[in-house]
Design a protein around this ligand. Structure first.
Ligand SMILES: NC(=O)c1ccc[n+]([C@@H]2O[C@H](COP(=O)([O-])OP(=O)(O)OC[C@H]3O[C@@H](n4cnc5c(N)ncnc54)[C@H](O)[C@@H]3O)[C@@H](O)[C@H]2O)c1
Length: 271
């Protein structure tokens, strides 16, 4: 279903690795809604990547950028404006990676070099992206910048490990930068806190399958899918949400406000 919701809008979409990626769905839906955009991912993800298929499907160009490199981000931002023919209306930061999770390091025994990399890739890259856009005056007035988060920023989910700390920082950056960018030229900055979703990054978390089932039963509406998340992102890029900024927005079927549900409590009966 297309409604030209993003007709004429220009964007940058980070993080489409494969067809499961949330960013992939955002790109497909943004294309259907009339947006033009540049796709970007880490150079290493391009080498193993299927992103070319997505670029063909959506008529987009690809600019590789390691989101931890300010130099790469400068190149991305300036080239995107050239390619798209003007300032940027929306940016999706859909990036997460923890070497501690990958190497199975317990939270209490995290490797601090890895810990620093988790913060840089998963959170500080958002600051770097915003700072680069800000410096180059690259965003249109009322433009919208989004990053994807998870409720482990507020509550402990043990296997989420140091990604929880990264998400807390990510959400804080959205608040702080949202203030400055709002004042400077009415640019909105938010995070969307998404249900657990089957993707490459999601499946990296230990016990993910059990966890996704638990979350499904703990959410009155059930887990939100990647496509549903994409649609929410589009609404945040549209002109219908102009005064929403500096927020962490839960897109989780009600999980975040649920103490317990009947199907879950029934699993703790006597018989
Ligand atoms: N899948 C879930 O359960 C879930 C839930 C809530 C939030 N999120 C968040 O959604 C976002 C997207 O993840 P996804 O689930 O679609 O998984 P994904 O694995 O498809 O996407 C993660 C992306 O990050 C990119 N990336 C890693 N290091 C990078 C770097 N240095 N520079 C640029 N890009 C880099 C990867 O190449 C990949 O495209 C992440 O922020 C993730 O934490 C995911």
């Amino acid at each position: 279903m297309a409604n030209d919701l993003l007709k004429g809008k220009r964007g940058i979409i980070f993080g489409a690795l494969n067809s499961q990626s949330i960013a992939w769905k955002v790109a497909q839906r943004a294309h259907e809604e009339g947006a033009t955009f540049v796709l970007t991912n880490a150079p290493i993800a391009m080498r193993m990547g299927e992103i070319k298929n997505l670029a063909e499907e959506t008529g987009s160009e690809i600019i590789p950028a390691d989101a931890t490199s300010v130099e790469d981000l400068e190149n991305l931002v300036t080239k995107s404006m050239e390619i798209l023919g003007g300032k940027i209306d929306f940016v999706l930061h859909s990036i997460g990676m923890s070497p501690n999770v990958r190497k199975g390091k317990h939270y209490t025994e995290n490797d601090y070099r890895y810990y620093g990399q988790t913060m840089d890739v998963s959170a500080i890259s958002f600051h770097k992206t915003l700072a680069t856009l800000y410096k180059h005056d690259a965003m249109s007035e009322w433009g919208s910048v989004l990053a994807l988060s998870y409720i482990a920023a507020q509550r402990i989910f043990p296997d989420y490990n140091d990604m929880a700390d990264a998400k807390s920082l990510l959400e804080s950056i959205a608040r702080s930068f949202g203030y400055h960018y709002g004042i400077k030229n009415k640019v909105r900055v938010n995070t969307i806190s998404q249900s657990p979703t089957v993707t490459t990054a999601g499946q990296g978390i230990k016990g993910f399958k059990e966890f996704i089932n638990f979350s499904e039963q703990m959410s009155p509406l059930g887990n939100a899918s990647a496509v549903a998340c994409a649609n929410y992102c589009l609404s945040m890029f549209s002109d219908f949400t102009k005064y929403v900024t500096m927020q962490n927005l839960f897109h989780d079927g009600g999980f975040s406000n649920t103490g317990v549900t009947q199907p879950v409590i029934e699993q703790f009966g006597d018989e």
